[in-house]
Design a protein around this ligand. Structure first.
Ligand code: ZN
Length: 245
């Protein structure tokens, strides 16, 4: 390589370094923007919301996802022309409007007579970033003596067990407060809809359609409204208690 060749080589090398510096900085800027985008994505879980002083403090506004059981061609359990899918939607709507009136954000997995797959419900629950998940159902049994409300929870190897038990207890306690519902307590049961949920979730069995007294309650719009509201009070009690610290 002659002197001229070496000079060209050095010039090219300096030019190359300059290009790399500029290009590298540009990549760095892109990266910074990316990380900013990630951290400024709206975070819906109220556990992670910050107040104006940037302290992580719980707000009284919660995000709740409610699943009215069954729908569409899946009527659920029934008695005459009384279908579980219609009762669950009514109770869920009453719960949603009560929770919204208290300033909470509520998602319904369905707000129409539509069938959802269990995995579809699971996806909606887990992508909602809600604080809790509550599925509404109505019970039935061939023995028509069985009556009352029971709240089911499930944990995989203790995952969120305390939260799930506390949520179930809180809802069960409030759900039976009016209209002489029998308290059947809470029960651990392996149900797909509870298993899929990554957030604390429970399933409320709102009385037995096969029991005459429960059926009379379920036919009364006033009872359904109070039940939806009482379930909501149980949810709010749990959230206030759980987000205290
Ligand atoms: Zn059901």
């Amino acid at each position: 390589m002659g002197i001229k060749g070496r000079k060209n080589y050095v010039l090219f090398y300096v030019f190359f370094i300059l290009i790399m510096l500029v290009f590298g900085k540009y990549i760095k800027i892109l990266n910074v923007n990316n990380s900013i985008n990630i951290t400024t994505t709206p975070v819906f879980n109220s556990m992670h919301r910050q107040d104006s002083d940037n302290r992580y403090t719980p707000l009284k506004k919660y995000y709740i996802i409610i699943d009215p059981g069954h729908g569409g061609m899946d009527k659920g359990t029934s008695y005459g022309n009384m279908y579980e899918k219609d009762l669950t939607l009514k109770i869920a709507r009453y719960a949603a409007s009560y929770l919204k009136s208290k300033g909470n954000v509520v998602f319904l997995t369905r707000n129409e007579d539509k069938l959802l797959g269990l995995d579809e419900i699971g996806d909606k629950v887990n992508s909602s970033y809600a604080d809790v998940f509550v599925s509404i159902h109505v019970n039935s049994l061939s023995d028509n003596n069985f009556s009352g409300i029971t709240t089911l929870y499930y944990d995989i190897n203790g995952y969120q067990k305390n939260e799930r038990v506390k949520l179930a207890e809180s809802i069960e306690r409030e759900a039976v407060k009016n209209d002489s519902w029998k308290n059947r307590g809470i029960k651990r049961q392996n149900l797909a809809v509870l298993r899929y949920s990554k957030i604390p979730g429970v399933l409320v069995e709102c009385g037995f359609i096969t029991n005459a007294e429960d059926r009379a309650r379920l036919s009364d719009e006033g009872v359904l409204k109070r039940l939806g509201e009482n379930i909501s009070k149980g949810i709010i009690d749990y959230l206030n208690e759980n987000h205290k610290n």
